[in-house]
Design a protein around this ligand. Structure first.
Ligand SMILES: Nc1ncnc2c1ncn2[C@@H]1O[C@H](COP(=O)(O)OP(=O)(O)OP(=O)(O)O)[C@@H](O)[C@H]1O
Ligand SMILES: [Mg+2]
Length: 211
């Protein structure tokens, strides 16, 4: 199954979710490949910062031919996670063409939800060719112990992709682990960041069937 993590808006947590979801799937026994489709190369930087054994391979493929190139490269994996770039629409389009499921991280602010308009438009375009394409919002950087504000829920509800039940909170652990090229569960296996990622992985595995 190919999961692209996309949002044209920068800094919403695409790379953070991509590396941690990949790590969680691999820990659960799946063969995982992480594709860095961002010319900034953040997922590759994450892998390079790592001193211990890699959990899964990370390949850089920031090309608008990604959906075609992946055919060969992606053989033999259960999950291919694609970390998308901000802004560049042709790369995002190619990642959407490659994907079975598109996850759209959004921060819990109506402005961020509105900014997701661009990727939602690309999804609508792609559905003409790929009617079975699945998509969902993932709320990232929710403030611990707060409910999602009503304005954010209302803003999310006006879009066609649903929001996943699993939300990721604002936690320093996400930045601290990334600095060492580690997944959150490797630094704090029973910590709240690791549990949130586990819940995200479980929801995806249960609700989005592998084609
Ligand atoms: N849940 C979180 N809690 C705390 N910090 C976070 C969280 N999610 C992301 N961050 C931090 O926010 C910054 C941006 O995150 P990230 O690089 O994952 O976003 P991105 O969408 O991949 O950005 P870009 O669009 O530049 O590729 C990073 O410093 C990251 O450590
Ligand atoms: Mg990124």
């Amino acid at each position: 199954m190919k999961i692209a993590i996309l949002n044209q808006k920068g800094g919403v947590g695409k790379t953070t979710l991509a590396v941690n979801l990949a790590a969680s799937l691999s820990r659960a026994g799946s063969r995982v490949l992480l594709i860095d489709a961002d010319p900034q190369g953040s997922a590759l930087d994450w892998a390079a910062a790592r001193q211990s054994e890699p959990l899964f391979p990370v390949a850089g493929l920031p090309k608008p031919t990604l959906h075609r190139d992946l055919g060969q490269l992606g053989q033999g994996y259960d999950y291919i996670i694609i970390d998308g770039p901000p802004r560049v629409a042709d790369l995002a389009r190619s990642a959407i063409m490659a994907a079975d499921l598109v996850l759209i991280p959004v921060q819990p602010s109506p402005y961020d939800v509105w900014a997701a308009d661009e990727v939602v438009k690309l999804l609508d375009e792609a559905r003409i060719f790929k009617p079975g394409l699945q998509a969902a919002f993932v709320v990232n950087r929710k403030i611990v112990n707060t409910a999602l504000g009503r304005d954010v829920r209302d803003a999310l509800a006006t879009y066609s992709p649903p929001a996943l039940g699993a939300a990721i909170c604002q936690r320093i652990m996400f930045a601290e682990s990334a600095a060492q090229g580690l997944a959150v569960y490797e630094v704090e296996p029973d910590g709240p960041a690791a549990s949130e990622i586990e819940a995200l992985r479980e929801e995806i595995m249960q609700n989005y069937a592998r084609p």
